[in-house]
Design a protein around this ligand. Sequence first.
Ligand code: PLP
Length: 286
Amino acid sequence: MTRIVHVNGQYLPEAEATVSIFDRGFLMADGVYEVTSVLGGKLIDFPGHAARLERSLAELDMTSPVTTDELLAIHRELVARNSITDGMVYLQITRGNPGDRDFAYPDPPVTPTIVLFTQSKPGLADNPAAKTGIKVVSIEDIRWGRRDIKTVQLLYPSIGKMMAKKAGADDAWMVEDGFVTEGTSNNAYIVKNGRIITRQLGTDILHGITRAAVLRFAAEAQMEIEERAFTIDEALAADEAFVTSASAFVMPVVQIDGAAVGDGRPGRVATRLREIYLDESRKAAL
Ligand code: PLP
């Protein structure tokens, strides 16, 4: 089946969808994105992703070419046209095509470019990695200083994933000034004596939509939460560790830099939070 994608108001077979070589997303990584999971044909936490998209755009003095209602309609249309049961919808908005290359933003602004496509991942919520946990390695965080904006500058996270792969691990946790910031594409947590510890929000990490939901569910379940930075040593001395993201949900981490976390198996808190997150998110899905 040919994938149908959305480009600037049109639904097209993927091979017919094009963007200009002068698009600032292509030349300058001048664009933002969102990834929304689909479970059972419905969108997980769409309002959270739509709200963060607005914030990312505003921080970069961009405006969305579509309203949130239109965005929801496009997401749904793509899910339907591509018969997605489980998977993801990727959305990207760039500052558009000024017709030439220039560091300065186009003045007046040109119409932003909007692209959406689906990725089919049957059984996304039954990822076997959730039963075994994943391995991470620590690497230095050398990204820019506005990681709270979800830009398409993903070269260093890609390099980090390759460093992890080379080391026989699944992912990397990035460390700045001795403290873990986040994973290459997820937020990082440890659990000690039942208390969930995760870095506080700021400009140094992405404000994960899954993070917000998981912390809300954890608080509702009377779990203790501490929002502060932690070190790799502290993580190695913790009872468990995990990451969260829109596509991995809650994923246990069982090894860091080759050493076991806790007993080396997915922890109780991570496993419970994954269940709660999946249950509650499916109920609220649009
Ligand atoms: N941190 C980074 C650097 C990410 O790239 C992502 C997701 O792509 C996350 C955290 C998790 O965010 P969310 O839960 O909104 O997917």
